[in-house]
Write a protein that binds this ligand. Structure first.
Ligand code: SF4
Length: 230
């Protein structure tokens, strides 16, 4: 009996070590993808010749009323420093994808607005580097869905750690009703679209997103995650 207890204890310790090794490996893998996305080759080969942060700025502007936002808003929402946001916007202006103006209501404030060319660069086919699309296509459809829901969880964790600001995800949207339907294929409901939808249709950057209150987000998250941990 004593021996069994020792074996169980050792097994538990080994399981803990295995899971620590796995999280280390996953973090290393994600870092490698992050490094690859910063590589010059990758940036050059993006269809619009855009780096990841440049694309994020364009997509953020596209989601705003009149496709414009203060530079400080861009910095806040993308969780980057103000000089970094200013530099990226200046680069996008040189590429004629964005124009900068002083805010009419406060001349000290600089506003960035998407140009028609910038808007075209946000189309689904041009905003994602081919290599990233190819890499995700290497996964089976069930694997893609698992990756998508895993990304949702990781993004939320990074938000809670203060590493990234709120993104326009279903799980923090006031229209999201998780697990509302008795339908394993499409259990969730969007009150804006008035339609059920599946995990594979969860949005990470929805155009019609409206932020929910903190209380609603916490409640929604508990309901969304509850069925996965049961
Ligand atoms: S409006 Fe968009 S973000 Fe909100 S629940 Fe519907 S699909 Fe998701």
């Amino acid at each position: 009996m004593a021996e069994l207890r020792v074996l169980n204890k050792d097994k538990k310790s080994s399981t803990v070590k295995d899971s620590a090794a796995l999280t280390t490996q996953l973090a290393a893998g994600l870092e490698k993808i992050g490094l690859a996305m910063k590589s010059r080759t990758w940036r050059r080969e993006g269809r619009a010749g855009l780096g990841p942060l440049q694309r994020q700025v364009l997509m953020l502007l596209q989601s705003k009323p009149e496709q414009r936002a203060r530079v400080s808003t861009v910095a806040n929402e993308l969780a980057v420093r103000l000089p970094t946001a200013s530099e990226v916007i200046a680069t996008l202006e040189r590429k004629q994808l964005v124009r900068r103006r002083h805010d009419m209501s406060d001349r000290r404030v600089v506003v960035a607005q998407l140009t028609a060319k910038g808007n075209r660069a946000c189309t689904p086919t041009s905003r994602m580097p081919d290599r990233l699309a190819t890499a995700t296509e290497a996964l089976s459809e069930p694997e893609q869905v698992i990756l998508l829901t895993s990304l949702v969880k990781m993004i939320r964790s990074l938000q809670e750690q203060g590493e990234i600001s709120a993104t326009r995800m279903c799980v923090s949207c006031q229209f999201f009703r998780p697990n509302q339907h008795d339908n394993a294929e499409r259990p969730h409901h969007c009150d804006y679209l008035k339609a059920p939808f599946s995990d594979s249709s969860l949005r990470l950057n929805c155009q019609v997103y409206e932020p929910a209150s903190t209380a609603q987000v916490n409640q929604t998250w508990a309901s969304f995650i509850g069925s996965r941990t049961a």
